[in-house]
Ligand binder design. Sequence first.
Ligand SMILES: [Zn+2]
Length: 351
Amino acid sequence: MSDTATAPGLGLLDRLETGPVICAEGYLFEFERRGYLQAGAYAPEVVLEHPDLVAELHREFVHAGSDVVEAFTYYAHREKLRLIGKEHLLEAMNRQALATAEMVAQEQGALFAGNVCNTNVFTGDEASQRTVRAMFEEQVGWAVEAGVDYVIGETFSWGEEALIALDVIKRAGKPAVITLAMHQEPVTRDGWSPEDACARLQEAGADVVGLNCIRGPRTMLPMLEAIRARVKGHVAALPVPYRTHDDEPTFQSLRDPAYPLNPTGRPFPTALDPFMCTRYEIADFARNASALGIRYLGVCCGAGPHHIRSMAEALGRTPPASRYSPDMSKHAFLGTDPTLKQENRAYATNL
Ligand SMILES: [Zn+2]
């Protein structure tokens, strides 16, 4: 039995009863960095153009400790594809993303998750409610046909939109993980506090509720504490790996005085590198969230496999990638191994 996951073969809810579940997210940012996806529109065309690369990134995240292979259908919805003139690819893109994720989940013994997200057309009026429900129904329908273990509804800044996603997922008979994205204001766009919104979602049948994206560990944790104190069931926490703080609580609001020439006038989204959390900061977050009693953990936009491995190790796991976790005792200049050249170690004191 692999010690990558808590209990291979069990479903999401059973695994959560026995310990933490790690879900790697952040596929959009990673493929943008790698040059297979465009910042701005952020449509996941790579799913159709290079399914092999998507499969490989799924594998890398599982190798690093993710218990879940999340189908890369984030933003593979009508509004995003309309923007780039490719709405006709909607079904093919969703089905391909699901097939790729299913293949890797099977191969790796990981959970297989479907995904829907903020539609960007929700306004609260009745017409928009009907529109987003139809968008969720078609995507969740494809996910169910592909055999997902559960469906993630994520990055909602409207509580009402999250409730519609939840309703569609529950009607389809699947467990639902619903996570909200909290922007600068400490309330959803409906004016609900994160803990109120999560309580409503849980009462409406969500199996796991919490927060993902937008906020880094430091500015997400206080909200998680309030959510954990308020809701009875499982809580999810998937921050972005950036050093957000009280004055700039989201990755969109970060400013970089050291380089004021960013094309958009702000580091988001393509110049966030100087704000990246180290793997050790992500490990601290995992320990802090776990100490609060939060079981469903991950990292969102900006995450790399090194963050996921660090999170897994902080939770007491040894995923396959731990074989290559750092051992500086063998470093030629900074190491302590007695066979290393003393001249190099002496030189290193001046480095
Ligand atoms: Zn994100």
